[in-house]
Design a protein around this ligand. Sequence first.
Ligand SMILES: O=P(O)(O)OC[C@H]1O[C@](O)(COP(=O)(O)O)[C@@H](O)[C@@H]1O
Ligand SMILES: [Mn+2]
Length: 643
Amino acid sequence: MEKKYLDLLKEKYDTEEKVATEIINLEAILNLPKGTEHFVSDLHGEYQAFSHVLRNGSGKVKEKITDLYGGKLVKDEIDTFSALVYYPEEKLKRIKQSFNSSEALNDWYEVIIERLVHLVHYSSSKYTRSKLRKALPPHFIYIVEELLYKVDLLDNKKSYYKKIVQEIISLNQVDKLIIGLCYTVQRLVVDHLHVVGDIYDRGPKPDKIMETLINHHSVDIQWGNHDVLWLGAFSGSKVCLANILRICARYNNLAIIEDVYGINLRPLQNLADKYYDDHVNFQPKLQAGETLSEAEFLEITKMHQAIAMIQFKLEIPIIKRRKDFNMGHRTMLDFVDYETETIQINGKDYPLIDPCFQTVNPKNPEQLTDEEQHVIDKLLFSIQHSEKLKRHMDFLMKKGSFYGRYNGNLLIHGCVPLDQDGNLEAMTIDNEAYQGRDLLDLFETTLRHCYKRKKVIDDFDTDLVWYMWTGEHSSLFGKKEMTTFERYFIEDTATHKERKNPYYYMREDEDVCRRILTAFDLDPDLGHIINGHTPVKEIEGENPIKANGKMIVIDGGFSKAYQKTTGIAGYTLVYNSYGIQLVAHQYFHSKQEVIENGTDVLSVKRLVDKELRRKQVRETNIGTQLIKDISFLKQLLATRYLQ
Ligand SMILES: O=P(O)(O)OC[C@H]1O[C@](O)(COP(=O)(O)O)[C@@H](O)[C@@H]1O
Ligand SMILES: [Mn+2]
């Protein structure tokens, strides 16, 4: 194997000098400061807010501009410059309109290009030239390199520089160059992006987030429960499908299904029209400023009921055939007394508010009517044949995983199920107990297997994918039960409570976090756990940095639906060679506001961890790989050339 690998390597490096050059190059990279990692989570379809955070690099862009121009430009100018870098197309248009002579505009062009080139130079200072090259606007690489490497030279080169810029202006290429340079800065400021789960559901534009991620230069994803729900639906789970449609109806996002992914909802609508009417608990939740006509509002309310009832029916046979799921208490429609319109939960009877059980057969509540069966079959067919959804789901599979081990940290959306003493809690499947990393690995293998076999829809793997959304031992969910049924039909809010796995309070304890890191083969002295999933209630004084800094929870409420509870508009984490910094974002109103007023929605920063000395590439995941590469190259040199 090794011999074969060396043979292949020899084809690529076919002279002694080439091998030596590559070794020197890689050794040099190892000594550079580590690249900046950017962590976000719980985006929940909020594309604009996400895009803004990416564009401003959680404040890093403005920080770099201030480093360079803090003493030379006033605040307004820094804001305008920053807004240009964030939204170059729109801001450039505005700036150009503000000039009334072409001379003045040309003067501005000269100045701004020089500043941008400076900023690119500064932002790339810790990267190799080859990495910078990859980040430059492709059509202008030669010109920008000329400008970049002339920028520091003495006066006699100034005219050369000026000439280049004037040529660019006269050839009408200047706008494209400026826009390209702004994107280069954005790209250089963040080397790698981690999305710690929940791209989908609740907000209006998860598809646009997916497109952005697909075009991003370097990203990994730790799946969230909502992402797995979409993957499950696409893999053939009807109950996952019913859930995503129900959530889209609940948050008035059916346009994602219909207009974005091209799924025909007509059959569901017909069913809804036939059996359902208005129902206060099924009315769509609208975001501030969002409106619907009365007819649309009613239509969605009805579809919401139709799909929720299909969901509740579909859950029952799965729960019955999968005893290992331990969900016998969740076959809700079985516990309803259809005469008295009450339900018994944990031995207590509760009246049902407006039960809309028109399609339920009291003798066999799990039975779908022929119409319901037809609707869900058709929907599954359409969803599995949506080209666009396939592209998005394929990418989610390719870049995603249940947990990430990256540069010493453990990234995980929800939890690692624990018992009350803080020990790993096992789930038993086929008489075998799985816990901690093994359990998560099992989930991941199952999901991948299920995704490959989309035609098989009633097997254990497909059922287990649904369990990952809602099961008590799912690391993505981590609550005793999901009380969706209770929230729709029972008034007593005590029944709505979802009891959390002990993980969610044990994670305050440093020892527990250290043990988890060890269980994932990470160094507890150096690593941190990075979680999303549970909104941190800053408003009530909750601290996102827990367990003496070992645990960082970054679900701060990108999701508008949750901002009331969190009091902020999302956290992001930035990990560069100097350490880890948490950024709490203020409300993001609109990109228009940033473009017009230059006001940026920043951001309170908190230091989580400071490196004693600057961390180098050598100490990162990539560094470990490079060290291996160097060792092979040295072997190649020793065994094939220097003999
Ligand atoms: O209030 P909604 O939007 O119906 O959602 C409630 C459900 O979503 C969940 O919070 C899961 O979603 P999150 O992962 O976004 O928290 C469940 O625990 C809960 O049952
Ligand atoms: Mn979640």
